[in-house]
Design a protein around this ligand. Structure first.
Ligand code: ZN
Length: 235
């Protein structure tokens, strides 16, 4: 049956989901991770997932005792149905509807549904995901209302009582760095800085104060501005 003290974290290898993983490890006795291979243009996100997990296991024995299996699911169908700057060699641009063409329609709906299906089998009651609508790219499937509706749909459709946690929903990127510092101190901030990836262009060749990235794409821009705002207020 479902374990009340166990969680599944949607862990993409980015800053937000890495912070959520630490958040879950503070709260739950058993934590598993899930990632999705949907034909991302850049494989680096999938590669840093393992680097980050390995670093946590090495540096934090308390968390290591709680961190369970990692699951990687192939979702080739998502690439087949989408035509976006994250899945095709297309320049990043704004669309007529005001959304960037990095928006992959249905992505988070599918991810959470598959995560719940896995959590159902594994008996994990809590789902933890890093969506945020405070300081974000405007994706409609990151919004609080979408995710609350999805929790209801999943629970009805699977006849279970999953709890979907989105600890970053009302935090901006500066507050996300502050949360990491509170959860895991300088060591976790350094792990996120070095071993997570946000850049849409997959650039790992340049290391900035805020981590690796091209420095100019929208994802780098959000990450850099958040870091700078956090550094202004941190002691
Ligand atoms: Zn970038």
């Amino acid at each position: 049956m479902m374990r009340d003290d166990a969680a599944l974290v949607l862990f993409s290898g980015g800053q937000d989901s890495a912070t959520c993983l630490a958040w879950a490890l503070e709260r739950f006795a058993h934590v598993e991770t899930i990632g999705f291979d949907y034909g991302q243009r850049h494989r680096v996100e999938l590669e840093v997932r393992q680097t980050f997990r390995t670093r946590l296991l090495r540096e934090n024995p308390g968390w290591a005792a709680r961190l369970g299996e990692d699951h990687l699911l192939a979702l080739d169908a998502l690439r087949a149905v989408s035509d976006t700057a994250l899945t095709r060699e297309t320049a990043i641009a704004m669309q007529a509807d005001g959304l960037p063409n990095t928006f992959v329609p249905g992505r988070n709906l599918l991810f959470l549904t598959f995560a719940a299906a896995l959590a159902y089998r594994r008996g994990l009651r809590h789902l933890v995901a890093g969506m945020c609508e405070t300081d974000y790219s405007g994706y409609p499937d990151c919004r609080d209302d979408t995710l609350k509706a999805l929790q209801v749909a999943i629970n009805l459709g699977m006849d279970r009582r999953f709890v979907l946690h989105t600890p970053l929903m009302w935090r901006d990127k500066a507050a996300t760095w502050a949360l990491a510092a509170r959860l895991g101190g300088a060591a976790l901030v350094e792990a996120i800085r070095l071993d997570t990836h946000s850049c849409y262009l997959g650039d790992r060749s340049r290391l900035h104060d805020w981590g690796h990235g091209c420095g100019t794409c929208p994802a780098c821009d959000l990450r850099r501005k958040g870091w700078e705002r956090w550094r202004l207020t941190a002691d």
